[in-house]
Design a protein around this ligand. Sequence first.
Ligand SMILES: [Zn+2]
Length: 64
Amino acid sequence: MSAETYHAIRCDQRTNGERCGEEWGHPVRVANHRELRRHLKDRGWRRTRDGRDLCPKHAGHKAA
Ligand SMILES: [Zn+2]
C-alpha cells in the first residue's frame, strides 16, 4: 500500500435536494482522515455532529 493517499472530503450540504458537492481534495501526505480534517478545519470546513462535512460556505456562516 502506498503511503501517499489521495484524501478527499465533499460537502454534504443539500439545498433543494441538490448536494453542494464542493470538494476539498489534495494529494497531501496525511496519515489519515483525522489529520485531513484538522487541515480542513484550518480552512473553514466543519464536521457536524451527525457526521456530515460542510464546506466553508455552509459551515455555519450565514448564507450570502
Ligand atoms: Zn457546501
